[in-house]
Design a protein around this ligand. Structure first.
Ligand SMILES: Cc1ncc(COP(=O)(O)O)c(C=O)c1O
Length: 398
């Protein structure tokens, strides 16, 4: 009998002893290239999770590596007390692709949403004393106190009460329910174009357009959380561009740095000037290194036509999944936009996620009964076919 622990077991033991137990890990990943990753035992996986929609241009993309290396050898951090050369170039790239306004940079999705909420409150305090934000049931906006309160799911709030005041919950894809929650204290409505953590549920065009019209009517802000949907995942730079609806401001993170942590608040010109020195800040926000990484991601998306690729590969993947689902009645629906795809089961999705992993495909069980796929925007037609083969074989094995 060999009782020497495997590499994975050794890593897991260190976690168990020294890392707070906030996630339930399965594998130890040690290396990645493009859409492939390897675990500590040398097994290869097709990565249709991409660090939960983070490694947008794949693992260790040469352009991203080069940009990070170059910037790391020039200036890593300088503080926002000084200008740096890279931050305004990134802000310009985002503004020119979206609302034509200005950006604030932080380090994560939750921090970006905190910035968005603070921007709405400051704007509201200057516009009739409004501070409340209407968010959607089943949404997900982060794990800080304000953003877990914005999140319309009691499971992330439980035990952290009393929660901060100022959030009201409406039903996703129901404009009348949003209307019913707006009072003369409401500053903004915050919505995702596709509820990701909520089970890959796309907004209907009528809903997003209806919310926009409602916000205009009431003179309040429409905010969008583009943390998971943003930066090309849905085949457009930002998911709202699929709907012909413009928010007043939106948040970004995840794919923006391609794996390097960075988050952003992007606002339309009038609203962006609400923040003045002293209103908001972040020591690490918008460092030259983070901004260089994000610029390299944007340049790669442009240079490799990754918006088109996300739309085409997403359609290919969805079509293939629908064919598989037709033959397996336990698969009840396929939904999503671009490379954000959910496979709905008539049973808990965790065992199916584990079975896919066993066969070499990484995805994530979301909610109770959805398997969510978020491959990098660089995924190839051959890799989509391979993923479909694994899913077909897993389904056939029951
Ligand atoms: C839509 C959405 N908003 C916010 C967040 C929080 O981002 P972070 O984990 O970077 O704080 C997430 C993360 O899953 C998300 O999917």
């Amino acid at each position: 009998m060999n009782d020497t622990p495997s590499a994975t077991e050794s890593i897991a033991a260190l976690y168990k002893r020294y890392v707070m137990s906030t996630y339930a890990q399965s594998l130890a990943l040690v290396r990645g290239k493009g859409t492939r990753v390897w675990d500590a035992e040398g097994r290869e996986y097709l990565d249709f999770l991409a660090g939960i929609a983070v490694t947008a241009v794949g693992h260790c993309h040469p352009r991203l590596q080069k940009a990070i290396r170059k910037q790391a050898g020039t200036l890593i951090h300088a503080s926002n007390l000084y200008y740096n050369e890279v931050q305004p170039r990134l802000a310009q790239a985002l503004a020119e692709r979206s609302l034509g306004g200005a950006c604030f940079f932080g380090n994560s999705g939750a921090e970006a949403n905190e910035g968005l909420i603070k921007l709405a409150r400051l704007w509201g305090s200057q516009n009739g004393g409004r501070w409340r934000v209407v968010t959607m049931l089943n949404s997900f906006h982060g794990r800080t106190l304000a953003t877990l309160t914005a999140t319309g799911q009691t499971k992330v709030q439980k035990g952290f009460e009393p929660l901060p005041d100022g959030f009201d919950y409406a039903t996703f894809n129901d404009v009348e329910s949003v209307r019913a929650k707006i009072t003369d204290r409401t500053a903004a409505v915050l919505v995702e174009a596709v509820q990701g953590e909520g089970g890959v549920v796309p907004a209907t065009p009528e809903f997003l357009r209806g919310v926009r019209t409602l916000c205009n009517e009431k003179g309040i802000l429409m905010l969008m959380d583009e943390i998971q949907t943003g930066l090309g995942r849905t085949g457009r730079w930002f998911a709202w561009q699929n709907y012909g609806v413009e928010p007043d401001a939106f948040s970004l993170a995840k794919g923006l740095g391609g794996g390097y942590p960075i988050g952003a608040v992007v606002a339309a010109p009038g609203l962006a000037s609400t923040f003045q020195p002293g209103n908001h800040g972040s020591t690490f926000g918008g460092t030259p290194l983070a901004c260089a990484a994000a610029l390299a991601v944007i340049e790669t998306i442009d240079a490799e036509n990754l918006l088109e690729n996300a739309a085409a590969r997403g359609a290919q993947f969805k079509e293939g999944l629908e064919k598989i689902a037709k033959r397996h009645p336990f698969m009840t629906a396929v939904r999503g936009i671009g490379l954000m795809v959910g496979l709905v089961l008539d049973r808990p999705s965790k065992p199916f996620e584990a079975a896919l992993r066993e066969r070499g495909l990484l995805a994530i069980a979301t909610g109770e009964n959805v398997v969510r796929f978020l491959p990098p925007l660089t995924v190839t037609a051959g890799q989509v076919r391979k993923a479909l083969r694994i899913i077909r074989a897993t389904a056939a094995a029951g």
